[in-house]
Design a protein around this ligand. Structure first.
Ligand code: PMP
Length: 455
C-alpha cells in the first residue's frame, strides 16, 4: 500500500489561501480580470439579433430581415439533393479550402465572361461562408491599426464593426437625397454622393472604400458616372475597393449593374464579393465568394485558411451546378438571373403601390429586394420621446410590430452613430415575398389607415 507522505495536490490547492484569505481553488472563484478583447468594445449590439427576435415574437407579416419566403429554384434544390444522396460519397468530406474545384472553375468562367478577362479559378476566386465571411476576410486581410476605410451611408450594418475589429477607423460619407421637383415618388437614384464631400474623405490614411451596388438598404444602383468618380479617387489615392455586389442580378427597369472592377485601373485594387444566397434565393446555404487579382486574393486566402477553412461541400457542389446552368442559359429568357429580377420587379411595384396608397411614401428602388419608405405621416401614432436615446424609427418599428404585427427594419440602423438621427423617419421593407405575404402587409396598412381616419 502506498503511504501518503504529505497532503495531496487537490488538498493543497483547496487549502491554500491568498493574501485576502480567499481559497484559490474554491468552486465559487470568479475571474476578476477583464475577459473581453478590447477590439470588441462597443460592438455587442446587433440590429438583427434584436429585430429578428421581435419579428419572431410579434409579427404576422415579416418584411424585416432580407430573405425570400418563396422557394429556391427547383434546379438548385434538386442539385443539392443529388449531391447529398448521389454516388459521390466524397461530397460529404472536406473539399479544397479555397473553394470546391467545380465551383471555383465555373465562377471563374462566369465572372471572366462578365469582366472580359481570363480568370484563374485557383488564384482569382475564393469561396466563403456567405458574403458575410468574404467581407470579414477583406477587412482582416487589408486593414491595419490606424487605417481608414470609407463607408457610404446608408450601409449594410456589419461593415462598421468589421472595420473596427480589424483595428481600422470607419470614415462615413452619406448619400444625399434630393426631392424630385415634379411631385413624383422619389427614386433611389435621387440619393447621390456629393463629389467634393466624397473627395474630402480620401487621405493618405485611407486604405479602402466599401462600395455596395446595388445598395442595401436603399436599392440604389450606382451609375457609371458615380462609379467612375469613385474609381478615379481610388486610383489617385492608391486605395483598395471592397465591392459588395450580392444583389448584382436584382436590378430593375432596364438598369445596368456595372462592376467597378471593369473600370480603368480598378481590377488590380478591387475585391468583388458575391452571394449564392441572394443570387439563387437560398440565403440559408451561406455560400459566397470573392473574385480579384491574386496579389490581393493571396491575403484573403490567408485569413480564410486560418479561420473558417471552407464551407459545406454539398452546398458548394449544388451552387456549382446552378452556375453551370446559368452559364449555358446566359442572357436567355429561361435563365434564373433573367427571371428573378422580372418577378421581383412586380413584387416591388406591388409593395410600392400598397405603401403609396396609405401615404407611407416609398422610395422606388432601382435594385435589391429592399424598399425604404417615409413614415412621417404615421408619426402621430407613436409620439416622440425626447428623453429616449433610441432613434425614433427604432421605436416606431418596435411599436409597429407589437401593435400592427408588421415587421420592418429602421433605416437609421444603416447609419453611423453620428448620423443616425438625420435619417430616422424611414423604414426598410423586404419585398422578396410571396404575393400573399405582400397582400397581407397591404391589408395591415389599409386597416391602419382606416383606423387613423376614423379616430
Ligand atoms: N452584403 C450585403 C449588402 C447584404 O445585404 C448581405 C445579406 N443581407 C450580405 C452581404 C451577406 O450575405 P450572405 O448571406 O451571403 O452572407
Amino acid at each position: 500500500m502506498l503511504r501518503r507522505v504529505g497532503p495531496t495536490l487537490s488538498h493543497f490547492l483547496l487549502e491554500r489561501k491568498n493574501s485576502t484569505g480567499y481559497s484559490l481553488c474554491s468552486r465559487e472563484a470568479k475571474m476578476s480580470r477583464p475577459v473581453q478583447a478590447q477590439r470588441l468594445e462597443g460592438l455587442d449590439k446587433n440590429i438583427w439579433v434584436e429585430f429578428v427576435k421581435l419579428a419572431a415574437t410579434y409579427s404576422k407579416v415579416n418584411l424585416g430581415q432580407g430573405f425570400p419566403d418563396f422557394p429556391a429554384p427547383e434546379f438548385l434544390t434538386e442539385a443539392f439533393v443529388g449531391a447529398l444522396s448521389g454516388k459521390n460519397h466524397m461530397l460529404h468530406q472536406y473539399t479544397r479550402a479555397f473553394g470546391h474545384p467545380p465551383l471555383v472553375k465555373v465562377l471563374a468562367q462566369f465572372f471572366g465572361k462578365l469582366l472580359g478577362r481570363d480568370l484563374d479559378p485557383m488564384t482569382n476566386v475564393m469561396v466563403t461562408v456567405g458574403a458575410y465571411q468574404a467581407l470579414f476576410c477583406c477587412f482582416q486581410a487589408f486593414v491595419d491599426e490606424g487605417d481608414e476605410v470609407i463607408i457610404i451611408e446608408p450601409f449594410f450594418d456589419c461593415y462598421e464593426p468589421m472595420v473596427k475589429m480589424a483595428g481600422g477607423t470607419p470614415v462615413f460619407v452619406s448619400l444625399r437625397p434630393k426631392a424630385p421637383k415634379d411631385g413624383k415618388l422619389m427614386s433611389s437614384a435621387d440619393w447621390q454622393l456629393d463629389p467634393a464631400e466624397l473627395a474630402s474623405k480620401f487621405s493618405e490614411r485611407t486604405k479602402a472604400i466599401v462600395l455596395n451596388s446595388p445598395n442595401n438598404p436603399l436599392g440604389k444602383v450606382f451609375s457609371r458616372g458615380e462609379l467612375e468618380l469613385i474609381a478615379e479617387l481610388c486610383v489617385k489615392h492608391d486605395v483598395l475597393c471592397f465591392s459588395d455586389e450580392v444583389y448584382e442580378w436584382l436590378v430593375y427597369d432596364g438598369k445596368e449593374h456595372i462592376r467597378i472592377a471593369s473600370l480603368q485601373g480598378m481590377w488590380d485594387r478591387t475585391v468583388m464579393i458575391g452571394s449564392a444566397g441572394k443570387t439563387f434565393s437560398a440565403t440559408g446555404w451561406k455560400v459566397g465568394w470573392t473574385v480579384g487579382p491574386d496579389r490581393l486574393m493571396q491575403h484573403v486566402r490567408t485569413v480564410h485558411q486560418n479561420s473558417v477553412y471552407h464551407c459545406a461541400t454539398v452546398a458548394q457542389e449544388a451552387v456549382s451546378q446552378g452556375f453551370q446552368r446559368e452559364l449555358s442559359l446566359f442572357g436567355k429568357p429561361d435563365s434564373y438571373f433573367v427571371q428573378l429580377p422580372k418577378m421581383l420587379q412586380q413584387k416591388r411595384d406591388q409593395l410600392v403601390q400598397s405603401l403609396d396608397a396609405v401615404g407611407m411614401k416609398p422610395i422606388i428602388p432601382e435594385g435589391t429586394y429592399f424598399l425604404v419608405a417615409d413614415i412621417s405621416k404615421f408619426k402621430s401614432d407613436v409620439p416622440d420621446d425626447p428623453k429616449s436615446d433610441e432613434p425614433y424609427d427604432y421605436r416606431f418599428a418596435k411599436w409597429m410590430v407589437k401593435n400592427k404585427g408588421l415587421a420592418a427594419i429602421p433605416l437609421s440602423a444603416f447609419y453611423s452613430e453620428a448620423h443616425k438621427n438625420n435619417y430616422n423617419n424611414y423604414l426598410r421593407f423586404c419585398f422578396a415575398k410571396e404575393d400573399a405575404t405582400l397582400k397581407a402587409a397591404s391589408d395591415i396598412l389599409q386597416k391602419w389607415k382606416q383606423e387613423k381616419i376614423s379616430s
